[in-house]
Ligand binder design. Structure first.
Ligand code: MIC
Ligand code: SF4
Length: 644
């Protein structure tokens, strides 16, 4: 039997483990990226490891999330990250240079290489045939230090594309269709590989839109073959030497094949409040729109922007709609400026934002109360926009731009006009906002600049013999990391200040959560299925850790969050019988007797409900290595112990 492309990429980077589905494999990591919202913590962790220089082929530190500088905090964090990059051997992408995933694709991504990033949308790199995965900051710090990255060997699903997209139907509609079919948990434990004749009809930015939003499937990553189209893209970026051909063997076998006929696809939208709540735009009807936001790491490429500009040219944004556009990178913005497309956007009435995440993470542009906002982004979780009662619809740039003109959600295929654009033969390359590190011999000349906002991260202790605590919180299915540790302009500047962040933890689910934890001093969280989906932010583990959470017991976990819990020394348990979830109420007193010994000796583990007198059997969902991490009280302790 031949190999799928995903299996080949894993095989080429395998350090240890066997490639049987479900077992843990250790991978060599060629490249890493961080962004600023997760980066401060990642560099504090890297510093704590005491490794002087990164050991990867390439590591880049981007500033793209916390670019709204309403106080000293974000600027201080940028300065801290810049100094770490300079000293420890990373390239530093300054604010204004663009969104990490867009810039990485343009300037640094290399087919066939592994990339981990402290951001869940790192799989964008799968658009050029990278094995690119989102990870917690600590895992990225370890990889920067030359350590392996561990994943559970995934199953591989093939999405077989045939036909060709009709005009005004977009790559975004392809991934929305995959989300409709698979749901936000359908990708857990899987890699989504794209193949079939239809692949040839898709440009690299279109492929990257699809792999980017594979994160919303919960997938380990998504990947496209690297072919002549990839080569053309890299050549246009002045990097043809980075190209190599990559494809699956003809006789590769997949756990499932999903056929999508591109010619039959229609414009789609993910309705509030989940990316898999997908319907045809024509079915949803002409709902009135208050806001349209175009940009984010999903849809901010030059091709997307040129199509938007063509739609807006000579038109006027509807008077009831606020349209904002954030081109994904300095390269995109510069090219739009030089070819006049930016002027078409401005003249139509678009508000041009800097090349950064911006509204996607609630950094400005929060909609009006009960507002309807169409966004080309990847997440529409409740409250993420910064307006609790807003309704966010995820759509393609085409649907967004046409609707900005009509003022109602509009199927763009009804728009009269030609928006065909071609990939430029060469992109304008200007790396003036990328700063190189100092030479290794000059390391001592660089001082790390800590601002007053940077507080030490919580200290963990080795796992206790037995733990009794209350179920301080009980939540349902599909809890996102935005529920656990919200983002937004007011909170994000405190990403390196865990004590401050703690007051916002789980606020949307239970406004007394932090207070209850403090009163109890320790606690357990009970969750439903797909607990912790969404972002890679390790703060969703570090803050509960700070608040005394010892274990999270759920029906199932999302991949990155499960790893972050383990790295923080919090035990992730699943119910052996999912119905036991219903038998626990908030504030029940629960006990894990002799849990340390049980973990050490691989014995069955029972969760005793002291309040009701019942017992439930639970499993700690970890590999042998992760078990040792938990016994040590987290990855930092474990790494230090092993180094000694
Ligand atoms: C997101 O889209 O939620 C973020 C903000 O990019 C996060 C990272 C973070 O929380 O800083 C992600 O996707 O990992
Ligand atoms: Fe930034 Fe949004 Fe992409 Fe996250 S999803 S990296 S916040 S643009």
């Amino acid at each position: 039997m031949g190999y799928s492309l995903s299996q080949k990429l894993i095989k080429n980077h395998l350090i240890s483990g066997d490639m049987t589905v479900g077992s843990e494999v250790a991978l060599r990591i060629d490249q890493t990226l961080t962004q600023d919202a997760t980066g401060t913590m990642a560099y504090l962790e890297f510093e704590a490891m005491g490794v002087p220089r990164v050991k990867t082929e390439l590591s880049v530190a981007y500033i793209d999330h916390n670019t709204l500088q309403t106080g000293f905090e974000n600027a201080d964090d940028h300065r801290f990250i810049a100094s770490c990059a300079k000293k420890h051997g990373l390239k530093f992408s300054r604010p204004g240079n663009g969104i990490c995933h867009q810039v990485h694709l343009e300037r640094f991504g290399v087919p066939g290489k592994t990339l981990i990033g402290s951001d869940s949308h790192t799989p964008t790199g799968g658009g050029i045939g990278m094995l690119a995965m989102g990870a917690g900051g600590l895992d990225v710090a370890v990889a920067m230090g030359g350590g392996a990255y561990y994943i559970t060997m995934p199953e591989v699903i093939l999405v077989n594309l045939t036909g060709k997209l009709s005009p005004f139907v977009a790559a975004k509609d392809i991934i929305l269709e995959v989300l409709r079919i698979l749901s936000v948990k359908g990708g857990v434990g899987k890699i989504i590989e794209y193949g079939g004749e239809g692949v040839k009809t898709l440009s690299v930015p279109e492929r990257a839109t699809i792999t980017n939003m594979g994160a919303e499937l919960g997938a380990t990553t998504s990947v496209f073959p690297s072919d002549e189209i990839t080569r053309d893209f890299l050549r246009a970026q002045g990097r043809e030497q980075d190209w190599s051909e990559l494809k699956a063997d003809d006789d590769a076998e997949y756990v499932r094949v999903i056929d999508i006929d591109l010619s039959a696809l229609r414009p789609l939208a993910a309705m509030p409040h989940m990316p898999d709540n997908v319907k045809k735009v024509s079915e949803i009807g002409n709902i009135k729109v208050d806001q349209v936001c175009i940009g984010s790491c999903t849809n901010s490429s030059l091709l997307d922007m040129l199509k938007v500009a063509k739609i807006l040219k000579g038109k006027k944004v509807h008077p009831d709609v606020s349209l904002s556009i954030a081109p994904g990178s300095m390269q995109v913005l510069n090219m739009l400026a030089l070819n006049g497309a930016l002027s078409d956007m401005i003249c139509a009435g678009a508000r041009i934002l800097e090349s950064a995440c911006g509204p996607c993470i609630g950094m400005g542009q929060s909609p009006n109360s009960k507002g309807v906002s169409l966004r080309t982004f990847n997440r529409n979780f409740e409250g993420r926009s910064g307006t609790a009662d807003a309704g966010i619809y995820l759509v393609s740039p085409e649907t967004a731009a046409v609707s900005a003109i009509t003022g109602v959600l509009t199927d763009p295929t009804t728009f009269d006009g030609d928006i065909s654009v071609t990939m430029p033969d060469s992109f304008i390359v200007n790396d003036n906002l990328i700063v190189d590190p100092v030479d290794e011999k000059d390391i001592d000349t660089v001082e790390i600049k800590y601002g007053p906002n940077i507080k030490p991260f919580p200290v963990t202790e080795p796992l206790a013999e037995s733990i009794c605590a209350k179920a301080v919180l009980k939540v349902g299915d599909n809890i996102t990391t935005d529920h656990i540790m919200p983002a937004g302009a007011k909170i994000l500047p405190y990403r390196s200040n865990i004590p401050f962040l703690s007051q916002f933890c789980f606020r949307q689910c239970d406004e007394n959560f932090a207070e209850n934890c403090k009163k109890e001093g320790k606690g357990f969280i009970i969750g439903g299925s797909n607990y912790g989906q969404g972002s890679s932010r390790e703060h969703a583990a570090l803050v509960p850790l700070y608040l005394g959470i010892k274990a999270v017991i759920t029906k199932s976990f999302a991949r990155i969050h499960q790893a972050n819990l383990v790295n923080a020394g919090i035990m992730p348990f699943t119910f052996d019988n999912p119905d036991d979830y219903d038998k626990i109420s908030q504030f029940d007193e629960l006990c894990l007797d002799n849990v340390r010994e049980a973990l050490e000796k691989d014995l069955p583990i029972t969760l005793k409900n002291v309040t009701t007198g019942e017992s439930y059997s639970v499993t700690c969902q970890v590999s042998g290595r992760q078990r040792d991490i938990i016994l040590s009280g987290g990855l930092l302790n474990y790494t230090k112990e092993n180094a000694n």
